[in-house]
Design a protein around this ligand. Sequence first.
Ligand code: SF4
Length: 221
Amino acid sequence: MTYNLATLLSDVKAGHRLTPGEGEFLMRTTGRDIFSVTAAADEMREKKVGEIVTYVRNQNLHVTNICKNLCGFCGFGKKATDPGAYCLDRATIQKGVRLAHERKVTEVCFLSGVNPAFNLDSYLDLISAVHEIAPDIHVHAFSPDEVAHAAKRSRCTTADVLAAFKKAGLGSLQGTAAEILVQQVRDVICPRKVTGAEWVRIIKEAHAMGIPTSATIMYGS
Ligand code: SF4
């Protein structure tokens, strides 16, 4: 189906919510028409939130680069036996949290490999390691792939894992490992991660429990 760009943008500005087909049409915009799309997006942003910009002071902690997935596009993940492979101990992690806290960071984010040796208890211990140092800091951590991995390693359901994370004080779940949700593309770039459908299922499961999430799509895939 083809759409008229000017009409579509005018409808959106009047409150029409894009259908998936219309969204796809906008993503295919090329040339100078891109400026019309970005101008409309900016207008909507202005209408909805004005000129207020919010942000958090975030500290990423890269707990480990050992990863079971070894995705084709990634230069970070390593096998446990590779040179340069590491896994931080608890004291080092807490030192990082302490430094972050002193710098008035409000959110700690774990960006790490999916370490095959980790189980549910390992992830819970990471949350408590942070909160022992900074009880009020927001922990934004763990991807759907890590949720699935913890469930598999600890022989429980992903709902059990999410409930345990929430009880332990997880502030929000990372939407990383999404990359792109089209399975044909995932099969090429990240075949060992959860499927696109499983990613969506786990994210919805988190939302149903009141755990907020982000979503990180790798643009261009
Ligand atoms: S899961 Fe993440 S860290 Fe591991 S190889 Fe893939 S992109 Fe890299």
